[in-house]
Design a protein around this ligand. Structure first.
Ligand code: WTA
Length: 638
C-alpha cells in the first residue's frame, strides 16, 4: 500500500503547491479519486466568502466510515486500526484490527438505529478515552447522525448549553472516567445537565469504572445490554447511510472572543480528504507505522489525527486514556517503548510539563522507534522545541510544528517530516491548497518578507468549516467580515526572510491555556454569575507550563473580610459553569476597572499589570479615572 499523493521531496512539494494554487479543482479532484465514493461529484468547488458558501465535491455521495473502515477491512483485515493504552498501566491493553473495528461500529450502528437515531440527528458524546468512544463516533458517521463530542473536563452547565444549542436527542456517556488517580462521575454530570435539556430522549451508558449510577427507566440504557441484544438477534453488517459530500459530519464547540462557544460544523467529503491528505503528508506516514496522538478526542486534534485522518489512511492509531504524569512522568516514554511508537504528536504544554521533571524519567526507556515528532495547539517555545528534539527525538526525528484550528479541520501550515525543512519555533510553509496572507489592522495585505500581521487565508480548502451550527450569520461575522473576502484566523503571525511563517498567538480575546481555547468573555460571564460580584475583567499572562494563565480582576458588591474564601467561591462558580479548565490562576479583588469615558474596559492596561510590565502603562489620559490604575498596580498578584 502506498499513497500516490504523498509528497516525496522538496521539489515535489513545490510542484504540488504550485499546482494547487493554479488549478485547485484539478488538484483536489485528482486526490479525491483515491477515496471510495458511492457516486463521484459533479463539481469540485463552488464558493464565495461573502455569504460564506463553500462546497467541495458537490453532488458526490459517500460514507466516511467506508473510507475509514470497510476498504481497509477488505484489503488488510488483520491490520491494527486502534491500539488502546489504559489509564492504569496494570490494566490490559486492547487492540482492534480493521475488521474488528468495523464489526463493532456496525453493531453499535444497529444500537443507534434501534434507539431511534436517524440521519441528520445530533448525538452528544461525553465519554472517556476508551475504544468505545471511537466506536460511538464512527457509528454516528455510519448512520448519518451528526456527532457533537464534548470534552470530559466540561461541567454540566457547559454540556447542557451544547446539547441545547444543537437540540441533541441522544447522549452517549459512561458511568465514570479514570484520569490519573482520579475518577470523574460522567453519568451524574450528564444527569445534572439533562435537567435542563428537553430534547434528549435517550442516553446510552457504557460501564467503565463500575461505580453506582442512577438509570432512569425509559431514558437510560446500558451499552453492554444493547450490544448484546443486537448480537443475540444475529445482526452484524450495517449498511452505511449514503451521505451527500456536503452533509454535516460533526459539530465541535469552540470558544471565541464573544459570548458562548459556537458549534463549528464540518462536512463529510471535504473534511475526509483534508484530514487524510494532511495526515499522510505532514507526518509522512508509512504503512505499519504506529501513530500516537496524545490529544483527547473531545478536541479537534483527536477528531482529525486519532480518528479520521489515520483511519482513512489505513494507519494504526494509538489511543491513550490517561495523563502524561501518572503514575509518573515517564508514562509517555513507557508507552512509546511498549508499543514501539513511530510518530508522536503532542502539545507544547505537555512537553514543558515533562521537561520540568528533567531527563530522569526518560533514562532507560527505549525511544529508538520514534521517527517523527509533532507539536500542536500553541506556539512552541525554543526551549521546549530543543528539549523535544534532543531528548525525545535524539536529533534523529524531524519535528513538525503544525499550525491549525478547530475551524480549519486539519493542519494548515507545517513542515512535512523529513521532506521540507524544520525551523525551531516556525510552523514554516503552507500545505498545498493553503494561501496565507498577512494583513494590517486596516485590512491592507502586507506583501514581502520579514513582516508581521494578522493571519488570514484567501482561498477555500477542503477541510474548512462550513458554518456555525444554527447561526450562519455568526459564522460570517466571526470569520469572514473582519477583512473582506478573507477567512480571518484570529492569530498574529510573522513571515521571515525565507518566507517561513511563525504564529505568534491570538490577537483577539481568546486565551490558549494548556492548549485549550478559552474565551475571556466566557470566563467573565461565569465570574459575574457569582452573587457577590459586580463586574470582572479577564486577561491572559505568560505561564511557564500552561503557555498562558488566566488572570481575573474582580469588583465585589461589598467589602469582604474573608477575601480568600470569596476567591475560592469564585473559582468554584467558574468550575461549575464552564469546567475546571477555565478556573482563573489568579484573582485580584479591585475597587474599579480602567475604563474609557464611553465605558470600555482598557484591557491593554490590565494585560500589562498581569504580565508584570509596570514601567510603561502607555497612554492613560483617556481613562475616566486614571487613579484606578495606581491601585490595581498596588494590589497586583505576582
Ligand atoms: C493555536 C488546535 C502556534 C492558534 C489544533 C490557533 C498554534 C489555536 C499552533 C487553535 C501552532 C494551534 N503554533 N499556535 N503550531 N497550533 N495554535 O481550535 O492560536 O483548539 O488559533 O485547534 O491554537 O486552537 P484549536
Amino acid at each position: 500500500m502506498s499513497y500516490p499523493y504523498q509528497i516525496q521531496n522538496r521539489e515535489a512539494y513545490e510542484e504540488a503547491y504550485q499546482k494547487s494554487i493554479e488549478h485547485p479543482e484539478k488538484f483536489w479532484g485528482e486526490i479525491a479519486e483515491h477515496f471510495k465514493w458511492e457516486k463521484k461529484w459533479d463539481k469540485v468547488l463552488d464558493w464565495n466568502f461573502s455569504e460564506p458558501k463553500v462546497e467541495w465535491f458537490k453532488g458526490g455521495k459517500l460514507n466516511i466510515t467506508e473510507n475509514c473502515l470497510d476498504r481497509w477491512a477488505e484489503t488488510y483485515p488483520d491490520r491494527n486500526a486502534i491500539l488502546w493504552e489504559p489509564n492504569d498501566p496494570a490494566e490490559k491493553i486492547r487492540r482492534f484490527t480493521y475488521k474488528e473495528l468495523l464489526d463493532e461500529v456496525c453493531l453499535f450502528s444497529h444500537v443507534l438505529n434501534r434507539n431511534g437515531v436517524k440521519k441528520g440527528d445530533r448525538v452528544c458524546i461525553y465519554m472517556p478515552m476508551v475504544p468505545e468512544l471511537a466506536i460511538a463516533v464512527l457509528a454516528c458517521a455510519r448512520v448519518g447522525a451528526i456527532h457533537s463530542v464534548v470534552f470530559g473536563g466540561f461541567s454540566a452547565q457547559s454540556i447542557a448549553d451544547r446539547i441545547n444549542d444543537a437540540s441533541c436527542n441522544i447522549v452517549i456517556t459512561s458511568d465514570g472516567a479514570y484520569r490519573g488517580n482520579k475518577t470523574i462521575p460522567l453519568k451524574s454530570i450528564i444527569d445534572e445537565a439533562l435537567l435542563s435539556c428537553d430534547s434528549v430522549q435517550k442516553t446510552i451508558v457504557l460501564t467503565r469504572t463500575g461505580e453506582a449510577v442512577s438509570m432512569l427507566s425509559g431514558r437510560d440504557v446500558w451499552w453492554d445490554d444493547e450490544m448484546k441484544s443486537v448480537r443475540d438477534e444475529g445482526l452484524s453488517h450495517y449498511k452505511p447511510e449514503v451521505m451527500d459530500a456536503e452533509d454535516m459530519l460533526f459539530i465541535l464547540y469552540t470558544s471565541g472572543s464573544t459570548g458562548k462557544p459556537k458549534g463549528v460544523v464540518h462536512t463529510c467529503a471535504g473534511y475526509m480528504v483534508w484530514t487524510n491528505y494532511t495526515f499522510v503528508n505532514v507526518f509522512q506516514y508509512k504503512p505499519d507505522q504506529i501513530h500516537f496522538c496524545t490529544a483527547d478526542i473531545g478536541w479537534i486534534t483527536g477528531h482529525s489525527y486519532i480518528l479520521y485522518g489515520p483511519l482513512s489512511a489505513g494507519a494504526t492509531s494509538l489511543m491513550f486514556e490517561g495523563i502524561p504524569t501518572w503514575p509518573d512522568a515517564g508514562r509517555f516514554w513507557e508507552i512509546v517503548e511498549k508499543h514501539k511508537v513511530n510518530i508522536l504528536y503532542t502539545a507544547p504544554t505537555a512537553i514543558r510539563s515533562l521537561m520540568g521533571f528533567g531527563t530522569e524519567p526518560i533514562i532507560g526507556k527505549d525511544l529508538s522507534s520514534i521517527q517523527v515528532l509533532g507539536s500542536v495547539g500553541e506556539p512552541i517555545n525554543a526551549e521546549a522545541w530543543h528539549w523535544y528534539d534532543e531528548h525525545i527525538g535524539k536529533k534523529q526525528a524531524p519535528i513538525v510544528d503544525t499550525w491549525w484550528q478547530t475551524e480549519t479541520g486539519g493542519i494548515m501550515i507545517s513542515n512535512l517530516a523529513g521532506v521540507t525543512d524544520a525551523k525551531p519555533v516556525f510552523a514554516t510553509k503552507p500545505l498545498p491548497g493553503i494561501q496565507p496572507v498577512l494583513v494590517d489592522e486596516n485590512g491592507k495585505v502586507i506583501e514581502g518578507n520579514n513582516v508581521s500581521g494578522n493571519l488570514c487565508i484567501k482561498f477555500p480548502w477542503p477541510g474548512m468549516l462550513r458554518t456555525t451550527f444554527g447561526d450562519h450569520e455568526r459564522c460570517r461575522l466571526t470569520y469572514f467580515s473582519t477583512y473582506q473576502n478573507l477567512y480571518f484566523t484570529g492569530d498574529g503571525c510573522m513571515r521571515d526572510n525565507d518566507g517561513d511563517y511563525r504564529i505568534t498567538g491570538r490577537v483577539d480575546d481568546v486565551l490558549n491555556v494548556s492548549g485549550h481555547r478559552i474565551g475571556t468573555a466566557e470566563v467573565e460571564n461565569a465570574i459575574n454569575m457569582h452573587t457577590g460580584v459586580v463586574e470582572s475583567a479577564v486577561v491572559g499572562y505568560p505561564h511557564d507550563i500552561k503557555g498562558q494563565g488566566i488572570y481575573a480582576f474582580v469588583i465585589l458588591s461589598s467589602v469582604h473580610n474573608d477575601e480568600a474564601h470569596m476567591k475560592k467561591d469564585i473559582m468554584q462558580t467558574v468550575s461549575k459553569l464552564i469546567g475546571p479548565i477555565a478556573k482563573p490562576d489568579k484573582i485580584q479583588i479591585v475597587s474599579g476597572l480602567p475604563k474609557t469615558r464611553s465605558g470600555k474596559i482598557m484591557r491593554r492596561i490590565l494585560r500589562k499589570v498581569a504580565e508584570g510590565e509596570l514601567s510603561n502603562m502607555g497612554d492613560t489620559t483617556t481613562l475616566l479615572d486614571p487613579t484606578v490604575v495606581e491601585s490595581i498596580i498596588m494590589g497586583r498578584i505576582p
